[in-house]
Design a protein around this ligand. Structure first.
Ligand SMILES: [Zn+2]
Ligand SMILES: [Zn+2]
Length: 207
């Protein structure tokens, strides 16, 4: 089992590919992610089982429609973020540069706490505060967390965008993410990976 990181677009957004060599799951769809997946999946021969979106902000969904079309993979997002994906124009004020094609999610995640996709089983952590419907995907088999824009190395997601709340964000981190084991590796939506233990001890926003 391995994780490959892609970083693309003007917001330097991370997308991730988790694969066991036969099947794969992608997290988020920054600009250029479709081509990255194309190259990696061609190389390994793995099949894309799904595109999982941590939230609906434009920089995380630029390539969602292309990935859905190109790989015939279902796109999944929390229902509270679905409108951002279906009508990306509602975010135009925050995104003056990049055209984002609308994408209809194949599955709107709701109150599920687990998601099974082929060989992968994820715990779903609903972590609002940065964006309503922000999901962190916990791959417990490896203690990996694909966290989106909730917790960063030495930082947290911004809370000043529509639907954001600093209070909710800090509560999400403390109650959901910090409840995971110390050595859980966090793969965030921007910047380098970190661990739950490192952020619990040293993250200035959560202290
Ligand atoms: Zn975001
Ligand atoms: Zn972001």
């Amino acid at each position: 089992m391995r994780t490959d990181t892609f970083c693309g677009g003007i917001a330097e957004t991370n997308g991730y590919l988790l694969t066991d060599g036969r099947e794969a799951v992608a997290f988020d769809a920054p600009e250029g992610m479709a081509d990255f997946l194309d190259a990696r999946l061609r190389e390994s021969g793995a099949k894309l089982a799904a595109l999982l979106l941590t939230h609906g902000h434009w920089d995380h969904i630029v390539d969602a429609a292309a990935i859905r079309e190109r790989f015939k993979a279902p796109v999944m997002i929390h229902r509270d973020c679905a409108r951002l994906l279906e009508q990306p124009a509602v975010q135009a004020a925050f995104n003056p540069f990049v055209e984002v094609l609308p994408c209809i999610p194949d599955r709107r995640l709701d109150a599920e706490t687990k998601l099974e996709l082929g060989p992968f089983c994820f715990g779903l952590l609903l972590c609002p505060g940065h964006c309503p419907g922000s999901l962190c995907f916990h791959y417990a088999a490896k203690q990996w967390l694909f966290g989106g824009d909730v917790l960063f190395a030495g930082g947290v997601g911004r809370w000043d965008l529509p639907g954001g709340s600093q209070k909710a964000l800090i509560a999400s981190i403390r109650e959901k993410i910090f409840a995971l084991p110390e050595d859980t590796k966090v793969f965030p939506g921007h910047g380098p990976a970190t661990t739950v233990g490192r952020e619990r001890r040293g993250n200035p926003y959560v202290h």
